[in-house]
Write a protein that binds this ligand. Structure first.
Ligand code: GDP
Length: 295
């Protein structure tokens, strides 16, 4: 399981080989390499510092069982810590006790919100659920059309009131329709901005108030790397998120954003986007991401 990781760390943990335990002094070279690997993966510096401190604490003096050498034990601690920081197991999408489950999609413009909304619509359809997608992105002119086109492709209905109505009114009307017509999930695509912006946050809060979502998913472009920390903090403080979708992991991103999101908000990444196509959505697995980050 630790093959890739082991290859990368072979040099770094040389100092631990042949020792009978991991000590304060013999672990530092290995910790430096962990630090470098995380910075290369574009994890934000405060997150890296905390991570290295936690690994040091867990590794030093750790009991080395027979058959496992200190260097192997160190690698195991790093891997386990990565998985733990990212939330351990996969966290599924919330399901309200009483339908419909309301999911708000939040995030910056271009992060992949509209695409992720359709991807989730298809994911739910594949599970035999019936979603209604709501086009409440009145800010980016083509967004509603884009959602309708995607909805047509995947056979999931889209509700909108055009770009003149207020987003919170569109979302509320969508919710009323979902209740009336027995949809089990409402996916609300909202408007992003190019950067963190007060108007966007206030708009999100108004939509949240109008539809009382069970889930607020922050859609994060993985290519922004360490900036994910600041972005997540802003959305979590001002709107309150319950999870995230990390997009564009098919690009050359090393996945460092994954560590910051959980650390900053305490909320799990639930899905990853791995391509432009509507099928390119997968549940997030911390194990796999750990190997990617240190691989
Ligand atoms: P929005 O402004 O947040 O709604 O972003 P869009 O959904 O319109 O996506 C912006 C661009 O990113 C589009 O060209 C999408 O095709 C692309 N995109 C979205 N998700 C992914 C992904 O997981 N991988 C790749 N490669 N492209 C994506």
């Amino acid at each position: 399981m630790f093959d890739e990781l082991s290859a990368r760390f072979e040099d770094a943990v040389k100092g631990l080989k042949g020792q009978d335990k991991i000590s304060d002094t013999n672990v530092e070279v290995a910790l430096k390499d962990v630090r470098r690997a995380l910075l290369e993966a574009d994890v934000s510096l405060p997150v890296v510092k905390d991570f290295v401190a936690d690994v040091r604490e867990k590794a030093v003096g750790a009991e080395v069982v027979r058959g496992v050498s200190p260097d192997q034990k160190f690698i195991q601690v790093v891997h386990e810590q990565l998985v733990e920081v990212m939330g351990g197991d996969n966290a599924p999408l919330a399901k309200a006790a009483e339908a419909p489950t309301v999911v708000l999609m939040a995030g910056l413009q271009g992060a992949g919100k509209t695409t992720a909304t359709a991807k989730l619509g298809l994911h739910l359809k594949d599970q035999g659920r019936r979603a209604l997608m709501v086009g409440a992105d009145v800010y980016r002119p083509a967004a509603i059309e884009q959602l309708k086109t995607l909805g047509g492709q995947i056979g999931v209905e889209v509700f909108s009131l055009g770009t003149e109505a207020k987003p919170e009114e569109i979302a509320a009307a969508g919710l009323a329709k979902a209740k009336e017509e027995g949809f089990d999930t409402l996916l609300v695509d909202t408007a992003g901005r190019l950067q963190i912006d007060t108007e966007m946050m206030e708009e999100m809060v108004r939509i949240r108030t109008a539809v009382q979502p069970d889930e607020v998913l922050l859609v994060v472009d993985s290519m922004i790397g360490q900036e994910a920390a600041e972005l997540t903090r802003a959305f979590h403080d001002q709107v309150g998120i319950t999870g995230a979708v990390l997009t564009k992991l098919d690009g050359d991103s090393r996945g460092g954003a994954a560590l910051s999101i959980r650390k900053v908000s305490g909320q799990p990444i639930k899905f990853i986007g791995t391509g432009e196509k509507v099928e390119a959505l997968q549940p997030f697995h911390p194990e796999r991401m750990a190997s990617r980050i240190l691989g």
